[in-house]
Design a protein around this ligand. Sequence first.
Ligand SMILES: Nc1ncnc2c1ncn2[C@@H]1O[C@H](COP(=O)(O)OP(=O)(O)OP(=O)(O)O)[C@@H](O)[C@H]1O
Ligand SMILES: [Mg+2]
Length: 223
Amino acid sequence: MGGEIQALQSVSLQFEPGNFYTIIGPSGSGKTTLLHIIAAILKPSSGDVHVGDVELGKLNEGRRDAWRRQNCGLIFQDFRLIEELGPLANVLVPSWFTSMVTKPAMRSRAEALLSHFKVPSRSGPVAALSRGQQQRIAMARALLLEPEIILADEPTASVDKANAELIIEEMHNLARQRKTVICVSHDERVARRADHVFEIEDGRLVRDRDEAAPRVAAEGVSS
Ligand SMILES: Nc1ncnc2c1ncn2[C@@H]1O[C@H](COP(=O)(O)OP(=O)(O)OP(=O)(O)O)[C@@H](O)[C@H]1O
Ligand SMILES: [Mg+2]
């Protein structure tokens, strides 16, 4: 069909809990597309994503959304914060879907996460904060519900060196806590700290820097 863009050709990857994975590749190589397929935000035109016994492609949209909310913490490349709300309210957004009221424990956890990522919890709307602060709010929000799978798209792109190290260290520690951490990045510092590095180019897996890394499971061709 004319005008169709094939963002990913044939990518086959397997991810295991307890590991910190980095996916690197040039701009436009398909990294965000791949991350969104893993998160079941995008449906591949062929292939599928298996998570444990679940085949995400077999779930309808509502169930995919529920699966993502229950299992994934997402840090989007463009943050996707609610600009009119402050940091604390943004970090608490995932709790909207778990109960009607924000429990005090959830609020304390949100405050602790913001403090860990060095963002004042009581400031005005996040739109007025720096991009680096917004990026760390997005990270705190992704971790609120202690997800088993953390999917981060360029999480160090807007922060300074010290905060990049804080974020990289956090991803490393999450993997040590048996989480599955998958991070798309241009940042060599992220790749150096990862347990496994996959490299994609023009929608293809060109290099698996750790050949011992397990292969095959999330397969997809996205157009
Ligand atoms: N919604 C869309 N409509 C049309 N083309 C798209 C769309 N999303 C992605 N693409 C194309 O698919 C390819 C891969 O895009 P993707 O955003 O996954 O790249 P990326 O590796 O994340 O790049 P960057 O490092 O700049 O974030 C690009 O050629 C892009 O133009
Ligand atoms: Mg991208």
